[in-house]
Design a protein around this ligand. Structure first.
Ligand code: TEU
Ligand code: CA
Length: 571
């Protein structure tokens, strides 16, 4: 039988500190602000806080470009403030996961300052250097995820360095055992400080596919012009499992931390290899299969070419991962984070208050109804919607700002077309300040924040949600409480029902001494369903629903209202 673990039974809440709460009136969220809002997290019932990076950083990518792994960015506070936050969290029975960004550093990290100065510097091969290609240009055709080539010329040493993200995020060279030893040491620094685990940034990219000729081979041509997407070349590299098993042995074994590895393009088979409890390395992954479902396949714009979500494809993806890891690995469950647009605008319906509330609750019920550890991103529990960004001046994210240029120069789009794409999939939607109340600056702080507050904050805010028993917030709270009361919701094997149905979402969860049915109408039209003989005997018990209970709530057959979801139970 599957081993019970605290991190399988936990619900994690992600805080993007710049945008959570500003404690000192400079318009930027900070640790003091976060400490002042812990009651909100306890009311919601979450167990763990995943804190996006708070290390010193020039903020080229808002902290995902680290210049010192053992300190706190002055914008957020000091190490003493961090220790006080950690003590507060622990005193409240909460745990803390740090964000480990070790595929790359900032170009302002001491290691890179030294590495780029001279080929003879002992830190030179902490990074990935290469000679110009045959045409005198970059060593190969890889593109950065933030537009342009993945290589930048370094005059002092007469070579290029690799950066899968911005040119200010040089990739670390994990082939170098000294790099790996430094990563192990900095992880121990935070674990010894009392931190309870890590979310590991693009950790499946750390093993680069070096060829026998000592080069990094070209990427296939997926688009007509310019550099080619490189994620396919670097995710699941030849030594990935070796490096991560070494990290597990060196740092994690003997402790009981929570770990989740962010893994773009990961397949269920790779997910199993990496999270297999017998011989894997991490407890779970953030895989992106479902996140990539609403991008037009083969379009050179990648994620920016948004298409509607095919619900059947969403179900198939979720069921594929449930089956692949069943009994051997473990899933994370997420729709939302600091890189993704707001789920209710992306896959639900934010065109009316009723549809927004119902569809946000449906998305939450389906996600938390699966086997795995649910992650709630700040504001998701309020059913926050995307922001109608008027133009580039409203944006802050390097990914979007660079795409504005790429869309025009590389894809021949107009600026308006580029802005339309950013309004659908831009990362800034998730980074506007958390709305706490209907006051000025939405209660985020006393100064105008670094990015505009949500225009609907007078209505969409935590205080209003807490006061309304039918709010999205209280639905999340009830879902999280249900998970604590029903082991089948955590551990029960998932058995899909009618997987081919284009809108009906239905599956059983087989627990040791109870069976649950998760039932949902993933769409805005009423839906008749009949599950008949697929269910356990008897009427069962309705545990939770997105809509008020009604006499027609038979689990076996009936009519689901738009965006209605329910969970039923048989002992
Ligand atoms: O994201 C990795 C990643 O793949 C993102 O580029 C994501 O796919 C894309 O932003 C979707 O729009 C991690 C962090 O979560 C992200 O914030 C960082 O920008 C990135 O790594 C580099 O550290
Ligand atoms: Ca502040």
């Amino acid at each position: 039988a599957r081993a019970r673990r605290w991190w399988k039974e936990a619900v994690v809440y992600q805080v993007y500190p710049r945008s959570f709460c500003d404690g000192n009136g400079d318009g930027i969220g900070d640790l003091a602000g976060l400490r002042s809002r812990l009651e909100h997290l306890q009311a919601l019932g979450v167990d763990v806080v995943w804190l996006s990076p708070v290390y010193p950083s020039p903020n080229d990518d808002n902290g995902y470009d680290v210049s010192d792994y053992r300190d706190i960015h002055p914008d957020f506070g000091t190490l003493a403030d961090f220790d006080a936050l950690l003590a507060d969290l622990h005193a409240r029975g909460l745990r803390l996961m740090m964000d480990l960004v070790v595929n790359h550093t900032s170009d302002e990290h001491d290691w890179f300052r030294r590495a780029r100065r001279s080929r003879d510097d002992p830190f030179h091969d902490f990074y990935v250097w290469a000679a110009p290609g045959p045409d005198g240009g970059p060593p190969n055709n890889w593109a950065s995820a933030f537009s342009g080539p993945a290589w930048t010329w370094n005059e002092a040493t007469g070579e290029y360095y690799l950066h899968l993200f911005s040119r200010r995020q040089p990739d670390l060279n994990w082939e170098n055992p000294r790099v790996r030893a430094e990563v192990h040491a900095l992880m121990r620094f935070w674990l010894d400080r009392g931190v309870d685990g890590f979310r590991m940034d693009v950790i499946n990219m750390v093993s680069k596919p070096w060829g026998p000729d000592g080069r990094l081979p070209d990427a296939p041509r997926l688009r007509p012009g310019g550099p080619q997407p490189a994620f396919g070349m670097v995710t699941a590299g030849p030594r990935l499992l070796e490096f991560l098993r070494e990290l597990r042995r060196e740092v994690l074994d003997g402790r009981d931390p929570i770990t989740v590895g962010e893994a773009p393009l990961a397949t269920p088979a790779q997910g199993l290899a990496l999270t297999d409890e017998r011989d894997g390395a991490l407890q779970m992954l953030f895989q992106f299969e479902h996140m990539d479902l609403d991008s037009r396949p083969g379009d050179p714009r990648g994620k920016w070419a948004a298409v509607p979500l095919d619900v059947r494809a969403w179900k198939a993806s979720m069921f594929r991962w449930q089956a692949a890891l069943q009994g051997r690995g473990w899933n994370s469950l997420y729709h939302s984070n600091h890189d993704q647009p707001r789920p209710v605008s992306r896959w639900g319906d934010d065109s009316s208050e009723a549809a927004r509330v119902a569809s946000a609750k449906l998305l939450a019920t389906l996600l938390h109804g699966l086997q795995g550890t649910p992650f709630v991103y700040q504001g998701e529990e309020l059913g926050l919607t995307n922001v109608p960004f008027a133009g580039p001046a409203d944006l802050r994210d390097i990914e979007s700002l660079n795409y504005l240029r790429e869309a025009v120069e590389l894809h021949g789009d107009t600026p308006d077309q580029a802005m339309a794409a950013i309004r659908r999939k831009g990362r800034d939607h998730a980074r506007v300040p958390m709305p706490w109340d209907d006051g000025p600056q939405a209660g985020f702080g006393s100064a105008p924040p670094w990015i505009g507050v949500h225009p609907d904050h007078a209505r969409l805010n935590a205080a209003a949600a807490r006061a309304d028993p039918d709010s999205v917030f209280h639905h999340y709270r009830r879902l999280i409480a249900l998970r604590r009361r029903h082991p089948a919701l955590v551990y029960g094997r998932c058995e899909p029902l009618q997987p081919e149905h284009p809108r009906l979402c239905a599956w059983l969860r087989h627990g040791a001494d109870e069976t649950l049915l998760v039932l949902g109408n993933f769409g805005g039209e009423p839906l008749d369903y009949a599950l008949g003989d697929a269910l356990p005997r008897g009427e069962g018990e309705r545990l939770l629903g997105t809509h008020p209970a009604s006499t027609g709530d038979s689990p076996a057959h009936g009519r689901l209202r738009p965006w209605e979801a329910r969970i039923h139970r048989w002992a």
